[in-house]
Design a protein around this ligand. Structure first.
Ligand code: BTN
Length: 272
């Protein structure tokens, strides 16, 4: 039986965060922690409920992909939220979690402070992805019922499937082969998230978080390739807007906002 979630619980208690994170639940094996949150919503669990699994047998990624979730190495968790703002503001919570994961990883020290964010929400270390986030929501017109932010962090995994090797890495691989403490890392992610979420709810947009986000945004001030379904073009990345869009400047000085989901934005030389 794994005990690392107890370390997370203990730290959150010491840091006075257990009122917000009132239920931190753990299971050895689940299909998907996002699915588990959906069940807990039906049982009326409150905002701040966290579902952690040691292993997922049907982990879900974005765009209908699977999320490989081997046992005993990584962090897989989903957070239940019940924000009072309008449903169209919920998708930016994915960016709030991406920022929180990047801040938590950087706080571990060692070679990990080079961790950054590839807009909109991939957390990247040495040109490879270390975290994926899948946000799902149930809403009526104008009202959110619940939001689930599902997060997978590659912590101590050392082997990746052939097709992922040039795109994915883990904290251990980038940390000179040293194991990273999952309990402490998850506590740090949740503490950063609590603070960032408070700012997002207060402003109901990214304005109170933009400076922190832009400080970690990879490629800011440099050239990026915008891959629009109609055409691909090069522009200069200028950072995040209050609505979570990426501001880019074209060669003729025109400024555009790129909305998440419409296009993909890459560096000129590879994934990042
Ligand atoms: C991505 O494709 O980048 C998003 C991956 C999200 C994976 C996490 S792991 C915890 C939660 N449960 C899931 O089934 N998916 C998310």
């Amino acid at each position: 039986m794994s005990d690392w979630p107890d370390i997370t619980r203990q730290i959150l208690k010491e840091r006075d965060a257990s009122r917000f994170y009132s239920s931190i639940l753990f299971r050895e094996t689940v299909g998907s922690t996002n699915e588990w949150v959906r069940e807990l919503d039906e049982a009326d669990f409150p905002e701040g409920t966290v579902c952690i699994a040691e292993e997922q047998t049907a982990g879900r990624g974005r765009r209908g992909r699977a999320w490989e979730s081997p046992k005993g190495e990584n962090i897989y968790f989903s957070l239940l939220l019940r924000p009072a703002f309008a449903p169209e503001r919920a998708s930016a919570l994915t960016l709030v979690m991406g920022l929180s994961v990047a801040q938590a990883v950087r706080s571990l020290g060692g070679p990990l402070p080079s961790t950054g964010i590839k807009w909109p929400n991939d957390v990247v270390l040495n040109h490879r992805k270390i975290c994926g986030i899948l946000t799902e929501m149930k809403a009526d017109i104008g009202k959110i019922h619940y939001v689930c932010i599902g997060t997978g962090i590659n912590v101590n995994q050392t082997e990746f499937a052939e097709e992922l090797r040039d795109k994915a890495t883990s904290l251990k691989l980038e940390n000179g082969g040293r194991d990273v403490d999952r309990g402490r890392l998850l506590a740090s992610v949740l503490l950063h998230f609590q603070e960032n979420y408070g700012k997002y709810c207060k402003a109901q947009d990214f304005s109170l978080l933009a400076n922190d986000y832009n400080a970690l945004l990879i490629g800011r001030g440099g050239q990026v390739r915008i891959e629009d379904p109609q055409r691909a073009y090069i522009a200069t990345s200028r950072g995040i807007a209050a609505d979570g869009a990426l501001i880019v400047e074209l060669a003729d000085g025109t400024v555009q906002e790129i909305k998440s989901g419409e296009v993909s934005v890459r560096g000129l030389y590879g994934y990042v």
